[in-house]
Every structure is written in C-alpha cells, then in structure tokens.
Design a protein around this ligand. Structure first.
Ligand SMILES: *Cc1c(COP(=O)(O)O)cnc(C)c1O
Length: 771
C-alpha cells in the first residue's frame, strides 16, 4: 500500500519504540515507583498494540476487496447468480499476505539468531530445545523477552484473515474483542480469574501452551482488525474530536491501571480495556497529521525494537568493565538514556544496509516513465474554475487511472486544491481511492454488480442509477445507498429515458436511495457543426425540461450536472452544480483539430520519456525491425528506445508517421514499433549515446510533441492514447499542486472569459427553467 500521507504513523513508530525501551529499562524507577508504574506499566503499553494496528492498517486493505465479495457471495438475488464466478475469481489477495509473512519471518529468524548467543550464555537454550517447549517458544515466546511480538504479528494477521473470510467486519470485531477479553483475564485481570475455580483451571491449561496471554492468538487480532477498520472507514471527524477522545480514554486508562494495581489483580500488565479506545483515537489523530512517509523512520524504530535488549546488556557490561555501574546503571534515567543512545547508534549504522540502494532522484527513470506535473494540474483547475459559472464546481473525472496519469496521485493533488468531487468508472476504482485516503464525493459512472453493493457502503461511494429496475435492485439491498440518477437525453447509453417521467418518479420514491444528484451526458458537445450544436441544445433542453417536471411534483433532483470537458468549453454558461471534467483537466483536448468556444490556457500534466538503450550504424539497404519494413536509404545511425506498444504507445505510430525528441531534435520512428522497444533515426543528431532521454510526449529544448499530435498520428483520441498507457510506465510526480506563485490566470484573461460567455448564443431560457 502506498504509505505517503501517513507520516504521522511513521513518526509515532519511533516514539513507540522508545516507549518499549522504557518498559524494559524503567527510567523513572529511581525517581518514584508510582511514576514508573504510570509510565512503563500503563501508558507505554500503547506501543505494541500501536504496532499491530499499523500492520492491520497497511496490510488488510490490500486484501480487502476480495474479502468483501466473499462476505456477500450468495446473498444476492437469483438474477445475479451468473456473476458469482466473476467475483470468486478475485477472492483474497494472498500476495500481500505472503509478502508480509516472508518479510516478518525472515526478520524473526534473524532476531532469533541474534539472541542465540545470549540464550546460550544464560543457559536458556537447553531449556528451550526440549521438544515440549520448542514450538511454544517459537510460536508464542519468541525465544527472547521482546521477540514474542514477531510471531504474534504473524499469528494475529493469520487469525484476522481467517475470521474475515468467514464473518463480516462486525463479526470480526466481536470475536477479536472476545479473544482480547480472554487475554485480559490472563493478564491484568487475572485476579478476577482466580475468584472462579473453573476459570482458573482453564487458564492453568492455557498457561501450559504459553506463558502470557499477550500473544498472536488472544491479544494481537483485535488491534490488527482495528487497524484495518481505520483504513477502511471513510468517516472523518475534526482533529479536536480525536484529541478529546484520546485524552478522556488515556485518563480512564490511567485510572484503570492504578485501580487494578490497588486490587493486586495483575499477573502481568501489558493489557487494559482502555487500550482499545485509546488506540482508536490515537491512531486517527496520527492519520490526521499526514505528512510524508519515511522508510528510514520505520526501519529505525524496528531496529531499536530488535536491538535494545542487546544494548541493555552492552551498557551493563560496559558499566562493569569501566567500573561505572553506579553511574550507568544505578541511575535509571541515565541508564535509559544510555540504552536509547546505543540503540539509536546501532540503528543509524545498520540503516544504510537495510535501506539498500539510496533513492536517487533518477530512480524510476531506468527505462520508460511519465512525468506528472502537479503545478500544471493546478493551473488547469484554476482555468476551469474561472470559466465555470458561480456555484458550479469541478467533479474531476479520474476513471481509467486518471486517463493514465495515476488516479491516486491526481485525486490526492486535487483534494489539496479543494476539489471534493470525483467520478470513476467502476466501484473498484472508487474503493481504491478511498483506501488511499481520498475524501469527498466519489461517483461511479458505470454499473456495479449487486455482489459489490457492500463496497458502495463500506467506502461511501455514490452509485449511478442507470434505469428504474436497477434503482429497485439498489433499493432492496438494505440500508441507504447514495446515488445520482442518470437521465438519457439522446446518447442512448446508460440512463432513464428523459420522457419516462413515471419511471423517474419510481426512482425518486425509493426509500433506501439517498438521491444526491441527477445528471445526463452530452454525446456531441465536442463538435461545433450546426447539426451537432442543435442536437446538443436539444439534449440540454430535454434535461432541464425533465428536471422542471420533476420539480413541479415536488421532487428535489439534488446536484445537477451534464457537461464533460467539451460541455464546459462549448457551453460554459449552463447553470448546474457540477461539471464532470476529464480530459481537459489533464491539459489536453481529445483531438488537435477541435475548436472550442472558450479556450482556456491549459497545460499538459503528463509527458512520456524513455531511454536510448543502444545506438548502431547501418548500411544502405539494411532492413530494420519486424517484417523488414524499413529499408535504409544510405549509411545511417539508429537508436533503440526502450518503450513500445506494451507500454501503450500505439503500434500504428510507426510507418514513418511518428517521431520522438532526443537532445532537443526530432528523431523519426522507423520500422514497426515492437512490444518493448522502438527504433528511431538519429543520423542527423550528433553524439546520441546510450542512456540519452527520448521524449515521446512533452517538450525537449525548443521542440515539443503534444499528446494530441501523437493521437492524431495514430488515428485515435488523446483519451484513448492516455488511458492505455501501461503499468510498466513509472509515474513520477513533480511539483506541488498548491504552489501559489506563477499564476497563469491573469485578470485580463478572466475578463475575456466573462465576455466570452455572453458572446455565445445564450439560451437563457434553460437557466430560467432551472431555478
Ligand atoms: C468520461 C466521462 C466524462 C469525462 O469526459 P471528458 O470528455 O474526458 O471530460 C464525463 N461524464 C461521463 C458520463 C463520462 O463517462
């Protein structure tokens, strides 16, 4: 899962690791036993549950869409049975699980080996190697006092996965909650257990299997599930609400700890009831902090966690050898500081080996990549805002991976620009955006199968109602579903016929539909040919007439929208609540020959680059590429560029029609474009070498190639060209969407748009209809 935007979590990992060190060194003990109890036996106990939550938060969403399907398999009506296979196919994404297990297991193995000498020295090894205790040690104990955390994480994740494949979320929280209750009764609530003989006997049995109930079966699952829950819930409250929740629950946690200590119930003190609300609020507070993710911080925290017991031994040993025990060990604060410093030093010296290759700024530019310029996105948003009438907001269309630009990056940038409405094609696209923390309304323009209705709810997505039967289907799902109603005004794709008022009324009367909007789609608004304009005006008129009729019978259509990019560029005056802007938001038009009534200064957001991987000289008559289609007319130098149709570059850009830019000069594409490579003529470009950058779309020096011209050369629209850009193309985002300087939009330009709006044959009667 992409971790960016979750910097708060990474920063707290470090604090949590230092809290764990405190638990094992008791820094306040020479100050006051009570202060020590409060810090290390109560408050610091948030650390390990926090780590479990972070695991759940990052791991579970990667496996979840499938889990959601599974929960609903078989609950649908007969009419959808045929689609079952379609859903079963997507079940659990075991890959994410496998990666997590592989990584954690190898860290565990390494840690066990690291502590082996100490276990030999203390004589614990012989004890552990007894057949009766080996499994117990490896599965629960961890072989050294802090290592239980690693098998507990794996066991916990496994438990939650199994539960999720059988129960819905409520069920999972309930069961993991019960497990936690069982854990509490063997931990700080053990005094209660002792009061009941049957219970005590049961725990006696349990403690044959493990020494403590803080393990992967009883303790970890609830926190891992809570983490997954935090990732999935779209709901957000103000920071102050979380801060208040945290301070109240931390106070209650303290009270609980002190009370249990007073009662003398604690067999161990790693778990409290109040840890649950405490972590719930703490985690959400940290999510609100946001910020850049830091792998270095994550690894530092992990290393500190793993090595600090070794550092404790080291500090004590050093104290003995240097005769400084009274200073280094006896004063608990100094002891703690010494252990922290040693652990941090350890982490810092190990970090370069763990992080592997340093991320240099050319990472990702090894072969073919797309450069995504956020400041251009900002410009385009501003341009559109200036054109749109007051009250009409942008609904950014980010379907098909945001037309190849990377939907998460685009939507996150747009969120920063205060764009809070998005349109996607499928429920899966919408769920993905939510999982990555995108806020605001997300409208699914396409059809969603009933098996996936649960995703609509769990990710608070808005579904398009495509006809009245579908409305009935959504209505009978159970619970409110947010929808926009689509009206067909002549495109004859999705939507209820605009003349079918009865059909529409049946939709608006559905009790379980929260109808927040009504829209239509214009099929020919990109053309200014008279007949197309006439048709479009008829569509517009029909739409507003239908809305008018609905309003007459007291129906509120919610937010109204009908324009796509060209709808805005050619009919900017329309009075509505949203404009569904797609292609133009990315700074390109569909076709380079299109003329529009208003033409804002749009800047292309994306450019495509690839590397020259080889140059060679060929002789007159030599053939190039598949089918020997190109014949050299004389001595020439060609370059092989590492990008092809497998990356989405249209194959029919070959045949002498297309070119790329190398060293600021045009290089013609020769021969047929291959799946992964293409050949270009660099005879007239001096000094082209391996590693040079070839620009396929974008500027280089004074030359530039627009997406429109590439699309034209390959006989298609930019929409198709961009949305087909492949997965292999690394998207590299630069710039900041909220960078304020260098505003392209000048007052003069604004004036131009305002007057432009009136120069258009204005059918104000439409706007009167829609009051
Ligand atoms: C794709 C789509 C849009 C966006 O169209 P652009 O021409 O890219 O702006 C708007 N509305 C609907 C229904 C769409 O399918």
């Amino acid at each position: 899962m992409n971790r960016n935007g979750y910097g708060g979590i990474d920063r707290f990992r470090l604090i949590a690791a230092l809290l764990v060190v405190a638990v094992h060194t008791l820094p306040l003990v020479s100050l006051s036993p009570l202060a020590d109890f409060i810090l290390t036996h109560v408050l610091a106990r948030v650390a390990v549950p926090f780590f479990f939550m972070a695991t759940g938060f990052f791991l579970l969403p990667d496996m979840l869409p499938a889990l959601n399907h599974k929960n609903n398999a078989g609950t649908g009506t007969n009419s959808i049975k045929g689609h079952k296979i379609f859903c079963e196919g997507k079940r659990v994404d075991y890959k994410a699980l496998k990666t997590y297990f592989k990584k954690t297991a190898s860290i565990y193995l390494l840690a066990v080996l690291m502590y082996l000498p100490l276990n030999i020295y203390t004589g614990r090894l012989a004890e552990m190697l007894k057949p009766s205790s080996l499994i117990r040690e490896l599965a629960f104990g961890g072989t050294f006092y802090h290592l239980w955390y690693l098998p507990a994480g794996m066991l916990g994740v496994l438990t939650v996965c199994i539960l999720l494949s059988r129960f819905n979320w409520k069920g999972v929280f309930f069961i993991t909650g019960l497990l936690y209750a069982a854990a509490l009764l063997g931990d700080s609530y053990y005094g209660l257990t002792l009061k009941f003989d049957g219970l005590k006997n049961f725990y006696d049995l349990l403690f044959i299997c493990f020494d403590y109930t803080r393990n992967g079966l009883l303790m970890a699952p609830v926190f891992i599930a809570l983490g997954g829950g935090a990732a999935l819930s779209g709901r957000k409250y103000p920071v102050t609400a979380y801060a208040a929740g945290l301070s109240v629950s931390a106070t209650l946690l303290l009270t609980e700890g002190l009370f249990l200590k007073q009662l003398g119930w604690q067999r161990h003190d790693s778990m409290y009831i109040m840890l649950l609300p405490c972590l719930f609020f703490l985690f959400r507070l940290l999510l609100n902090i946001g910020g850049k993710a830091s792998k270095a911080l994550r690894n530092t925290a992990l290393i500190i966690y793993l090595v600090h017991p070794l550092c404790i031994v080291l500090v004590r040993g050093l104290g003995k050898v240097l005769d400084l025990t009274s200073l280094l060990v006896d004063n608990s604060m100094i002891h703690y500081a010494a252990v922290v410093v040693t652990s941090v030093l350890c982490a810092l010296s190990l970090l370069p080996f763990i992080n592997g290759r340093k991320d240099d700024k050319n990472a990702g530019k090894g072969r073919a990549w797309a450069e995504i310029r956020m400041e251009n996105l900002r410009n385009n948003v501003e341009q559109f805002r200036s054109i749109l009438p007051q009250g009409c907001r942008i609904m950014a269309v980010v379907k098909a991976n945001a037309y190849g630009h990377g939907d998460v990056e685009m939507a996150a940038g747009l969120n920063k620009l205060d764009v809070n409405a998005f349109a996607v094609a499928t429920v899966e696209e919408g769920a993905r955006l939510r999982r990555k923390g995108i806020t605001g309304e997300i409208l699914i323009l396409g059809y969603t199968f009933p098996e996936e209705f649960s995703l609509l709810k769990s990710y608070s997505l808005t579904q398009t109602v495509i006809d009245s039967d579908y409305a009935a289907m959504l209505n009978s799902y159970g619970g409110k579903i947010r929808v926009h109603v689509k009206i067909d005004t002549g495109m004859h794709r999705l939507g209820v016929n605009s003349k079918d008022i009865d059909g529409l009324l049946s939709i608006y009367n559905c009790k379980n539909l929260a109808i927040n909007g009504t829209f239509t789609h214009l099929s020919s608004c990109d053309s200014l040919l008279q007949e197309d304009v006439d048709f479009t005006l008829r569509q517009i008129e029909q739409f507003y007439k239908t809305l008018y009729k609905l309003k007459q019978v007291g129906i509120n259509p919610g937010r109204v929208h009908l324009q796509s990019s060209y709808g805005v560029l050619n009919y900017p005056y329309l009075k509505c609540d949203y404009a569904r802007v797609g292609i133009a938001l990315y700074g390109v038009l569909s076709d380079k020959n299109h003329v529009t009534r208003v033409s804002p200064c749009l800047s292309p957001v994306l450019s495509i680059k690839a590397r020259v991987v080889l140059t060679k000289k060929i002789e007159e008559g030599d053939k190039v590429g598949y089918g020997r289609e190109y014949t050299a007319g004389g001595k020439m130098t060609i370059a092989v560029v590492a990008i092809g149709y497998g990356d989405g570059i249209p194959r029919n850009l070959s045949a002498g029609k297309g070119h790329v830019l190398i060293r600021g000069e045009k290089a013609r594409i020769i021969g047929r474009i291959c799946m992964d490579q293409m050949m270009v003529d660099v005879s007239n470009i001096p000094r082209v070498v391996q590693g040079d950058i070839a620009t396929v779309i974008g500027g280089d020096g004074r030359e530039s190639i627009s997406a429109e011209s590439v699309a034209a050369c390959s006989g298609t629209l930019t929409n198709e060209l961009l949305s087909r850009l492949g997965q292999r193309i690394v998207r590299m985002v630069t710039g900041d969407p909220i960078f304020k300087e260098n505003r392209v939009f000048t007052p003069e330009l604004k004036k131009f748009y305002e007057t432009a709006r009136f120069s258009i044959k204005s059918p104000h009667f439409f706007s009167m209809l829609h009051k």
